[in-house]
Design a protein around this ligand. Structure first.
Ligand code: CA
Length: 229
């Protein structure tokens, strides 16, 4: 629980915006609401939120553009709201910095669970970065993973991953050649207790492959994913 966190909700449908804002306030969060792309970007600059809940289809410019502009100001976790499940793959690939998505209609219970999980994950990463001893850079083939600096290089070239993509790769690489199921990855990377979002894992694996090459993460059919080995 992080009752001191501030959340920005960018959503043009008043009924959804009101319901999301009311539920998050009831959880103890500070909440700001914007109803279109440009005011969403302005509100992010003004309030420096700890997390952004962002609808994809917005007046002005869309959620992807909002995500890009907000991430350019400062890194912040983003939970995208999509109208269709099949938009998710495209979204996670295009939206630089989007960490997770929910498909409408979603339950407020699920929204709150995702928000808490994202905030926990970000806080844990920050604690690790602050307290952790400098870990040696891990090499798997031509892949270099620098956990302390949270940097990845392939064949000597820096590759930019979102924080969540980095955590996913680092989690798999921690146990080279070992296969992790989607459910294990959800629990360890996303900090989800339930396994309702296994498609989220697939979307992020696709995003990592697009950036680092298709051979970095292996699919083990019927089981899950592995790195190396
Ligand atoms: Ca909308």
């Amino acid at each position: 629980m992080d009752p001191t966190a501030t959340i920005l909700v960018v959503e043009d449908e008043p009924a959804i915006a009101d319901a999301v804002a009311a539920r998050l306030r009831a959880e103890g969060f500070g909440v700001h609401v914007a109803h279109d792309g440009p005011s969403g970007v302005a509100a992010a600059a003004e309030h420096a939120p700890d997390l952004v809940v962002l609808d994809v289809m917005l007046p002005g410019f869309d959620g992807l553009e909002v995500c890009r502009r907000v991430q350019a100001q400062r890194p912040v976790p983003v939970l995208m709201l999509t109208a269709r499940e099949d938009e998710a793959d495209t979204l996670m690939g295009l939206a630089a910095g989007a960490d997770d998505y929910l498909t409408k209609p979603f339950s407020m219970r699920e929204l709150v669970a995702r928000v808490h999980a994202l905030l926990r994950r970000v806080r844990r990463a920050a604690e690790l970065a602050r307290d952790g001893e400098a870990a040696p850079v891990q090499r798997i083939g031509d892949l270099e993973i620098d956990r302390s600096g949270r940097r990845v290089r392939r064949a000597g070239t820096d590759v930019h991953l979102t924080p969540l993509e980095f955590d996913l790769l680092a989690c798999l690489a921690q146990r080279p050649a070992q296969v992790l199921t989607r459910e294990q990855l959800l629990a360890q990377v996303w900090d989800w207790a339930d396994a309702s979002g296994t498609r989220t894992v697939d979307s992020h694996v696709k995003a990592v492959r697009r950036k680092l090459g298709g051979d970095v993460i292996r699919t083990v059919h019927g089981i899950g994913y592995a790195v190396g080995g």
